[in-house]
Design a protein around this ligand. Structure first.
Ligand code: 5GP
Length: 185
């Protein structure tokens, strides 16, 4: 299997922004589209942002063993479909997974060669400011996500690679170096 890169860290840390820039710098990388039971946000399209599934559909696919990893996060389910990974790696593309911490832990068992990178905020306060500032979640969701973030931050030491997203230019350079150094070929 081609290289798999797992990018994890708390919600609001800027994983999405960093990954977007990473894909621009290293265009051979492909982003795996996850499945979720959370409703689409405005502008999100099925099959592009996520594969949006009902809880019943998600549960059925868990039963079928269709997920490489899956987790419950803030009351919703999220998971990486085996078919997504296989489709992209079959043609030799290295794949990026953007997932939360429980899923990132599972991946080390399922895909032992995956490179796992934790994105950390410069401070817990910076996370709160970002989560509120991006305006994608209501106040209750922000609080739930911050509560989870406290536990997620404690997991940073489990990962060999930690990139602090203090300054976007600096962080993307470090992330691209980390990924680039282990790309095959
Ligand atoms: P959001 O609802 O903000 O899109 O995502 C919430 C959290 O779920 C984020 O930390 C995101 O990285 C994570 N996530 C997205 N896709 C997956 C996935 O396939 N598996 C797991 N375990 N987490 C995911």
């Amino acid at each position: 299997m081609a290289n798999v890169y797992v990018i994890t860290g708390p919600s609001g840390v800027g994983k999405g922004t960093l990954i977007k820039l990473l894909l621009e710098r290293l265009p051979q990388l492909e982003l795996s589209v996850s499945a979720t039971t959370r409703p689409p946000r405005p502008g999100e399209r099925n099959g592009e942002s996520y594969h949006f599934l009902t809880p019943e559909q998600f549960a059925a696919r868990v039963e079928l063993g269709d997920f490489v990893e899956h987790a419950e996060y803030s009351g919703r389910r999220y998971g990486t479909l085996r078919s997504e990974l296989e489709r992209r790696t079959a043609d030799g593309h290295p794949v990026v997974l953007e997932i939360e911490v429980q899923g990132a832990r599972q991946v080390s068992a399922a895909l032992p060669d995956a490179v796992r990178i934790f994105i950390a905020p410069p401070s817990p306060e910076a996370l709160r400011t970002r989560l509120i500032g991006r305006g994608t979640d209501d106040a209750e969701q922000v609080e739930r996500r911050l509560a989870v973030a406290v536990e997620e931050l404690a997991a940073a030491s489990e990962f060999a690679h930690v990139v602090v997203n203090d300054d976007l230019d600096r962080a993307i350079t470090e992330l691209a170096q980390c990924v680039g150094a282990t790309l095959e070929g």
